[in-house]
Design a protein around this ligand. Sequence first.
Ligand SMILES: Cc1ncc(COP(=O)(O)O)c(C=O)c1O
Length: 347
Amino acid sequence: MRFLRNRFSTLKPYHSDYLTEGTILNSNESPYEVPQALKDYMKENIDKLLVNRYPDTDSSKLIAAISKAYDVEAEQVTCGVGSDELIDCILASCLDEDDQVLIPYPSFSMYSEFTLLNNGMGIKVPLKSDFTYDIEAMKKVIEEKQPKVIFICNPNNPTGCIMPKEEIEAILKLSKGLVIVDEAYEDFASQPISVIPLINQYDNLIVLRTFSKAYALAGARVGYAIACKELIDLINTVKPPYNLNMFTQLAATWAIEHREIFKANAKKIISQRAYVEEGLKTLGFKTYPSESNFIWLEMEDDYFDALRERKIYIRKMAVENKNYYRITIGTPEENEILLTALKELKK
Ligand SMILES: Cc1ncc(COP(=O)(O)O)c(C=O)c1O
């Protein structure tokens, strides 16, 4: 591509099918629409919004609501256009040319992408063969190379494994660099595993959260970081002004203030996850234990296209040249559609 920096030669323009029909189980979104009460709230307030003015660049009301929900100080929170923007901002704020970034593999693809875009050097640490974290291998890399940044996706996308809190603490103690614990899917863990309560103890910890999953606001694009004030200042130093539009700020503030509604939906997903996992196992597919709103599994490649023909969309991902599949947990009806289709295809 003309003009593209040499360093970016492996990158391709990002594309993702915009699906609005069928059984959409490929992007780990919430299958539940936002509550009618939120839609009504947006309608009531839309006339009051001063759209001719810029939005509150500090997202003050939203940050106040988040800090209240997690019992942290407002200055320990910042918001981004999805947690994607915050991953980018963190790396932009601290990486010098070729600084090293520890990235477990497979994990969320944007860690490597933003590392590259910010001139860093990713060090991939493979998960074990059962797709759980290889904590010893991670510790060894930390001791030997002291990467500037370490990513821990907890629960991990796409495999659903988790890292216990004690191990995260061991890594925080071992590392001189920043440890980013991405809790995009924490609401779906069987037990609370958040390390937000540790932010006052470790000045190298940043926790990322998002409204795109359990909070059903993927379309609004909003995520947040919680950390000690010094690290929040670091992110805010490079964060673009006015990043969150006023509609998003309004919707997300309502959502966090009514979080019990979304937590109840997350519980439904957790119980459906067990149902879908059992169903997949009964059909003979190899699944991996998941603490998230999706299941990582092995299946023959033909199923992917056959499901697509029936407008059932799941995600295919290659790891070391072998294809694996990630299926998002849907509503009970959607999960039934999936399992019935697979049963028919098995015949
Ligand atoms: C682990 C993880 N972190 C972050 C994100 C990005 O979320 P957001 O929509 O907040 O940018 C995703 C999205 O799929 C994800 O899987």
